[in-house]
Design a protein around this ligand. Structure first.
Ligand code: AMP
Ligand code: MG
Length: 390
């Protein structure tokens, strides 16, 4: 198959993924990372009563017209607001009926059982209306909202105890490669520890998905086909890494054939990660990523993540994108590249320190974006480059 653009690959996979039809009840504390299955509507006015935003006196503004420090208005203190009578209030306390403003303590002087108002208040000054934050009946968060911690206060203030969230997609992670050794096992000569499995599971967790880790499998097409089939029975979407290229060892294309899979694409015009393949088997999507850890991550972000977000009910969600100027130059490149990088406090983007080869893992630590570098001549510091936010 011919190499296609990352965008085309992402679109081919996206159009074959349907949002999950499962949901569950969660508490507001569990909201971060979850997607609303039903809208949340305000069941009560928040705040539930007209309240004072500060310590002071509630009164009728007509009773202090023209007040100034040399010519204060004198109001008697009482339990109810009426003509010539003010009521002390504190921050957050209800404003008594009849008042249309609150004068802050700093703008008054006490005079026995009266208060001297030294600055004339305006109508509705320092007055918080019942329901001005969230009026009863308002849709506060529509269906499909991707919640994070910033949504929790509003849910809690509404007294919500349970809400309907889309189920988290179960995403299988199956590393392939005869050289792979799971953590905890001794390392034979020419063996390496599986880095992709734990990395992708951690990434999925951070995206609000439910990772399902499968142990590494060797480079045998029949064995691999069996493991893919078994994994698909336990998840909604499967990620594999390794063995997807065209070498003699690369068992994934043959395994896809054995599974009778419908291949969506095989080969992307990007580095690293160009051998990636996507197919449907057992009615479920599989994204087969190449084995080098950074290659698998970059293609996962650009192609896998939009599909998973659709599966999770985040309709139309795309990885965050922005453009920032380079903090340092980049050499010429004949191909499109994803480059691991960090955004700086000065609003620039800096390629990660350390090696950039796709097999290196150390320099990924602490990165927060990928530079999406199109083919072309060397780039000067300050050149704007598009980013994919991790
Ligand atoms: P492959 O895509 O199978 O040709 O693998 C490319 C490179 O990535 C090889 O050096 C593999 O040893 C390495 N690799 C493959 N899978 C993993 C993994 N799960 N963790 C770390 N390195 C891997
Ligand atoms: Mg391999």
């Amino acid at each position: 198959m011919e190499r296609i653009s990352v965008e085309r690959g992402a679109a081919l996979l996206l159009e074959r993924v349907k949002p999950l039809a499962r949901w569950e009840k969660i508490s507001p504390a569990q909201a971060p990372g979850r997607v609303l299955w039903e809208s949340v509507t305000a069941k009560l006015d928040t705040p539930p009563f007209d309240r004072s935003p500060l310590d002071g006196y509630a009164l009728r503004s007509v009773d202090a017209v023209g007040a100034e420090p040399e010519k204060p208005a004198r109001l008697v203190l009482g339990e109810a607001v009426g003509p010539g009578t003010a009521v002390p209030v504190s921050t957050g306390s209800p404003i008594p009926a009849g008042a249309d403003c609150v004068v802050k303590v700093e703008d008054t002087r006490r005079d026995g059982d009266a208060v001297l108002v030294c600055i004339a208040p305006a109508h509705w000054e320092n007055y918080v209306f019942r329901g001005e934050d969230m009026p009863v009946g308002r849709t506060i968060f529509p269906v499909g909202t991707r919640m994070d911690w910033t949504h929790v206060a509003a849910l809690a203030a509404q007294g919500v105890t349970a809400l309907a969230a889309a189920a988290r997609p179960k995403v299988g992670v199956l590393p392939t490669g005869g050289e792979l050794v799971p953590a905890g096992a001794p390392l034979p000569s020419s063996g390496i520890y599986d880095a992709n499995g734990p990395m992708l599971c951690a990434r999925l967790q951070a995206l609000g998905m439910e990772p399902v880790a499968f142990p590494p499998v060797g480079d045998d097409a029949e064995l691999l086909a069996g493991r893919v089939r078994a994994a698909l029975a336990k998840c909604d979407f499967l990620l594999t890494t390794g063995g997807v290229s065209v070498g003699a060892e690369d068992a994934m294309p043959r395994a896809a054939e054995l599974l009778g899979a419908e291949v969506l694409f095989h080969g992307l015009a990007v580095r690293p990660g160009s051998p990636a393949m996507a197919f449907l088997a057992e009615g479920k999507p599989v994204l087969a990523l190449s084995g080098n850890p950074f290659a698998s991550l970059a293609v996962f972000e650009a192609v896998g993540r939009p599909a998973l977000e659709k599966l999770a009910g985040m309709e139309g969600a795309l990885p965050g994108r922005m453009t920032l100027p380079l903090a340092e130059g980049l050499p010429a490149s004949q191909v499109r590249r994803f480059i691991r990088a960090v955004r700086t406090p000065e609003g620039r983007v800096c390629p990660a320190a350390g090696g950039h080869s796709s097999g290196m893992v150390w320099s990924l630590a602490g990165c927060d974006c990928l530079i999406d570098r199109s083919p072309g001549p060397a780039l000067e510091p300050g050149s704007p480059v598009p980013l994919l936010i991790l």
